[in-house]
Design a protein around this ligand. Structure first.
Ligand code: SF4
Length: 259
């Protein structure tokens, strides 16, 4: 499933409300620093010169959408709850990500001042100061950590940088002092002959420890929902997801379960 417009929607989401989606990656294929076995966009496609929308094109597409919405049925800019950057890969890979977020915040202030700006990211670009600066400008940072052991993170996320470690991701995530939503997909299955399971007692123990280290203001844990590129995956039940959330809720964490 690929998004083929720079600004798409708005779509209605139970969790986010009325959300306008923003696509900063190529419209024809996925481009990501992970290649998650569960990715709804499918496997990465190697392309030598991926075509990204320019900062000016993104600004123009967003302004056009906001004008259409505000001129339609919007009163006092209340027609939109959130502008969400996600889509066909990792949005922070865009070289002008900071400038695009600055433009987005300015347009939001002009047309829909009550709307939030949210980014879903896989956390791999947090070593770049411009990306951290951009994410700090946003209202919601939804940042991925699918497992807290290197072995399981690499089996689930298949990072393009095969040397990426969980310790590095955690160190980068500390930059936000807990002011972010930690997002984790729980799943079981097999890929390339190796088992995948981030719900074993050992994996959960490591993940709970990572959560306590980072102390995110919110956790969003979810299950696979649509067709996945790796077919040998199974969905975790809502009951089990609630039992994963329970010890964190008992400690006072805000945990959203999507199952
Ligand atoms: S980080 Fe997101 S876009 Fe990238 S491969 Fe994983 S699920 Fe897909």
């Amino acid at each position: 499933m690929l998004f083929n417009e720079i600004a798409y929607g708005p779509i209605h989401s139970r969790r986010l409300g009325t959300s306008l989606g923003m696509e900063l990656m190529p419209l024809e294929h996925k481009l990501c620093t992970f290649n998650c076995v569960y990715c709804e966009c499918g496997w990465n496609t190697p392309v030598s010169h991926p075509k990204l929308p320019t900062r000016a094109e993104v600004k123009a597409a967003l302004e056009k959408k906001l004008q259409e919405m505000v001129n339609g049925k919007c009163e006092n800019g209340t027609c939109l709850d959130v502008i969400t950057f996600s889509g066909n890969g990792e949005p922070t890979l865009h070289p002008d990500f900071l400038g695009i977020i600055e433009d987005t915040c300015a347009l939001r202030d002009q047309y829909c001042p009550k709307a939030k700006v949210s980014v879903l990211s896989n956390s791999t670009q947090l070593g770049r100061p411009d990306v951290v600066q951009a994410l700090r400008l946003c209202d919601n940072r939804i940042l991925k950590l699918d497992a807290a052991t290197d072995e399981m993170m690499r089996r689930i996320d298949l990072p393009v940088n095969a040397n990426l470690t969980v310790a590095q991701l955690i160190e980068w995530l500390k930059a936000f002092d807990g002011d972010f939503t930690l997002q984790t997909c729980f799943l079981r299955g097999e890929h390339a002959g190796k088992p995948i399971d981030n719900t074993t007692p050992e994996e959960l123990e490591a993940w709970y420890q990572a959560v306590d280290t980072l102390h995110p203001k919110q956790l969003m844990i979810y299950v696979i929902d649509r067709k996945t590129p790796e077919e040998n995956l199974s969905k975790i039940s809502r009951e089990e997801m609630e039992s994963i959330a329970a010890p964190l809720r008992a400690k006072g964490y805000d945990v959203i379960v999507s199952a």
